[in-house]
Design a protein around this ligand. Structure first.
Ligand code: ZN
Ligand code: ZN
Length: 381
């Protein structure tokens, strides 16, 4: 085997292998192993080197079967490359896979997805793919299911135990990838909050989430591996990017949304708003959904009033929407009555139509609430 005898001589010289021990089967190893075999200076410069399998395993780095091992490529990661990586408590599934891809030294997130089952990147899967990802990462299936946004093929997503319309989340990881550079500085993982369409600011740092490269203006997407580098050709370190500041009120309203969606840091804020009508008898998921749907309507006429879909620039203004709906809840129901009256009396036919459509759509949504929820809302409509 080419290179094997050279490595054996080098390893014997460095004391890694006793000279009188028969040479073990040698396998091709990665750059990182090369770097770690510091005594093998001549081999570090070689494009391909080989090392005993035990040494490659000991360093827990990418060992690629294939030179002396006929393992086929399908699921070889699962069989060979468990790394002991666990999701963070507020990490998104796609972010975890991206981080894992970087640890595995594979080029893209999609490479991992092809290996584990769903051939395209997404943010929710349970069954076999979850088991394979757990095996690959060296974690539990439950840990994967906890960060998944629910079972596939459903219009309802599950986010930290709360049922939400799938449209409220970036379920398929196809929308702009948003992030807070200061949060990434503190911990290099993609927060699940950034996948929620109702969250467009970071309430910790009071900054607008950034979704595009400031240099080439391309939106960030899930491409390549890792979570710290921009997906465009600029390959910027995301931690160094500047973000626009937001007002204290907008930040606080997004904090309420964090709390309703299970962020323990904002539980008090969530409890406070949930003590008020009309949210007092709604569960956390429905309360968050109501604030989001109503808030988007308060920003002005839109194609589908009271819907959970964000089109155009609305995606980047959801913190304004949530702030507006929190204000309405704090003075329930008077402020909303005034707003709806003003819409109905407007000279702009578009606004008048918006008033009617919004009220009708809210009524339909309330009618579908569980019977023990939404009593104040039923009184209002
Ligand atoms: Zn932040
Ligand atoms: Zn760029």
């Amino acid at each position: 085997m080419k290179g094997g005898s050279a490595l054996k001589r080098a390893l014997c010289g460095s004391g890694a292998i006793a000279p009188n021990v028969p040479a073990p089967a040698l396998v091709r190893v990665s750059c990182s192993v090369r770097a770690k075999i510091t005594s093998c200076k001549r081999l570090v410069r070689s494009p391909t080197i080989f090392a005993p399998k035990e040494i490659a395993n000991k360093w827990s780095v990418a060992y690629r079967p294939g030179m002396d091992d006929q393992t086929t490529s399908k699921h070889r990661f699962v069989e060979k490359r468990s790394l002991g990586a666990h999701p963070k408590s507020d990490e998104s599934l796609i972010g975890f896979v991206a981080r894992l891809a970087e640890r595995q030294r594979v080029q893209t997130v999609n490479t991992v997805f092809v290996e584990i089952g769903p051939s395209v990147a997404n943010n929710r899967f349970y069954d076999e793919p979850a088991a394979r990802l757990a095996h690959l990462a060296g974690t539990t299936v439950d840990a994967i299911r906890t960060i998944s946004y629910g079972p596939v093929d459903s219009s309802v997503a599950v986010f930290r135990g709360r049922k939400l319309p799938a449209k409220m989340l970036d379920v398929f990881a196809r929308r702009y990838r948003r992030l807070c550079p200061r949060c990434l500085e503190e911990s290099a993982h993609h927060r699940c909050w950034w996948d929620v369409q109702a969250i467009s600011v970071c309430p910790i740092h009071k900054l607008a989430l950034i979704a595009a490269c400031p240099k080439c203006k391309k939106g960030f997407v899930w491409k390549g591996s890792g979570v710290l580098t921009s997906s465009c050709a600029c390959e910027l370190d995301l931690r160094g990017l500047a973000c626009a500041a937001v007002t204290d009120d907008e930040s606080a309203a997004t904090g309420v949304m964090h709390g309703l969606l299970g962020d323990p840091r904002f539980q008090d804020e969530a409890n406070q708003i949930k003590s008020l009508p009309p949210l007092s008898d709604l569960d956390d998921g429905h309360a968050a959904e109501f604030l989001f749907r109503l808030g988007l309507d308060l920003l002005g006429p839109r194609r589908k009033p009271f819907s959970a879909s964000t089109t155009g620039d609305l995606l980047f203004r959801t913190h304004e929407a949530v702030k507006a709906s929190c204000d309405v809840v704090k003075s329930w129901p008077n402020q909303l009555i005034d707003i709806q009256s003003a819409w109905a009396a407007s000279d702009d036919p578009e606004v008048c139509k918006h008033a009617q459509k919004s009220a009708a759509a809210m009524q339909r949504w309330v009618n579908h609430l569980p019977p023990d929820q939404g009593l104040d809302l039923r009184d209002f409509i």
